[in-house]
Design a protein around this ligand. Structure first.
Ligand code: LLP
Length: 410
């Protein structure tokens, strides 16, 4: 069910008109639908409920504390990649028992924080890192549970900048090295190496790359466990696309049943975009309209610093006018932001509603990798974030002030 839709040609989010949400507020701003977030999480969690599992929401897609608190209440754990992500997860009430810490370049501080705070599992991406975590755990006097992140060398059908599962990508350890690490695990006296992890990429629409990976890693897990039953946890990562996916959650879950021995194994799922993407919109206002020969520019007040995905990955985020007036202009149109970069283009379209200065437009599906990837480029503030639940609208992150912005400069 979509909570963003036109009713009598007026665009509404959770039943409230965009102009109503924007009334008295400075644009641009993000707005998240609480009901979409809840629906998304529950649908996925229910489809994997037949496993002993934890759904660890990936904070890199969205780490707003209010959203995290909502997910925590539904039973979510967290997938984190930095000390601050882990601190946010803990602050939102997510138990360390349900937190996995990934990332290829963890610092000593990240590792110390994770171990000191009883992180369920640290996923390791190189032998050097394994040694370092062993040393740090020894110095703290704890034994840390470890997952070895495997690079299965499988190409996913996604943009090359968000593929992670091929040996050309920097992530993970090869199948051979993973096997060796398990054989030599007695060398790491402060680690409990008992898990394997993988994540082959993001925004994956086909089942095939998942099936190939499950098959490969399922075999490895069986081989390791036939030598010694050490693997107790399998972290299958995230990466499922929320849109235009050619498979259902049930088909995905069935493949896990098919390729893995489930006996005594806990599964970790790390979806990000699947849960948060369509829960978020970006509301922006038309500042100017400029016509040049054969081309039109609609200049809005959101920029690539607020939402970088179109500029960085050529991502396609639909732009909707607040009023669907059924009057269209057939002209090559760029909807652009104010940033001094030619790549600050949200979308190029051949036909768009007649729109006027001062009207609002909405960028769809920006709840994932929108706010978390935003910046202060061109000395623009980090923007407000709102939560909408029915007719209730709450500010869940204030717009940054000039004083906030310069506070760390001397
Ligand atoms: N687990 C690991 C280890 C990851 O690296 C990622 C994402 C996830 C889970 C969550 O993936 P998701 O379910 O959201 O696809 N900035 C890019 C996406 C980068 C994803 C990086 N890793 C974008 O805007 O498309």
């Amino acid at each position: 069910m979509s909570f963003l839709k036109y009713e009598n040609n007026i665009l509404k989010f959770e039943g409230v008109a965009i102009s109503e949400i924007a009334k008295g507020r400075t644009t641009p701003f993000y707005c998240y639908s609480q009901n979409t977030l809840i629906d998304n999480f529950n649908k996925f969690a229910n489809s994997v409920a037949s496993f002993d599992s934890t759904v660890c929401f990936s904070l890199k897609s969205n780490s707003n504390l209010t959203l995290l608190k909502t997910l925590e209440k539904l039973g979510a754990g967290a997938d984190v990649v930095s000390e601050w992500e882990m601190r946010k997860a803990l602050k939102a009430g997510i138990s360390a028992k349900n937190i996995v810490f990934s990332g290829i370049g963890k610092t000593d501080k990240d590792i110390q924080f994770a171990i000191n705070n009883d992180c369920f599992q640290i996923n390791v991406e190189s032998i050097d890192e394994l040694n370092r975590i062993n040393e740090i755990a020894a110095s703290i006097g704890k034994v840390q549970k470890i997952g070895i992140r495997i690079n299965p060398d499988i190409k996913a059908d996604t943009h090359k900048k968000i593929s992670t599962g091929s040996l050309e990508d920097k992530f993970g350890v090869s199948i051979e090295d993973t096997h060796k690490i398990f054989q030599n695990r007695a060398n790491y006296s402060s680690l409990k190496i008992s898990s394997i992890a993988f994540h082959i990429g993001s925004n994956i629409k086909e089942l095939n790359p998942f099936e190939n990976t499950f098959s490969l890693i399922g075999d490895l897990a069986k081989k390791i466990n036939s030598e010694t039953s050490i693997i107790d946890t399998i972290d299958v990562g995230g990466g499922l696309s929320p849109q235009k996916r050619n498979f259902t959650f049930e088909e995905y879950a069935k493949l896990i049943h098919k390729y893995f021995d489930l006996e005594g194994i806990k599964f970790i799922f790390e979806p990000g975009r699947l849960i948060s993407a369509d829960a978020g919109i970006l509301v922006s206002k038309v500042l100017y309209i400029k016509n040049i020969t054969g081309k039109k520019f609609i200049i809005i007040d959101a920029g690539m610093n607020d939402m970088i995905r179109p500029a960085l990955y050529d991502a396609n985020h639909e732009v909707l006018p607040e009023i669907n007036n059924d009057e269209f202009e057939e002209i090559n149109t760029d909807i652009v932001g104010p940033i001094c970069e030619s790549s600050d283009v949200f979308i190029n379209i051949k036909r768009f509603n007649k729109i006027k200065i001062g009207e609002y437009v909405v960028l769809k599906d920006v709840g994932a990798y929108g706010s978390t990837m935003s910046s202060n480029y061109n000395a623009r503030p980090l923007i407000e974030e709102l939560l909408i639940s029915g007719s209730e609208i709450t500010t869940i992150r204030k717009r940054q002030t000039f004083e906030d912005f310069i506070s760390n400069e001397v």
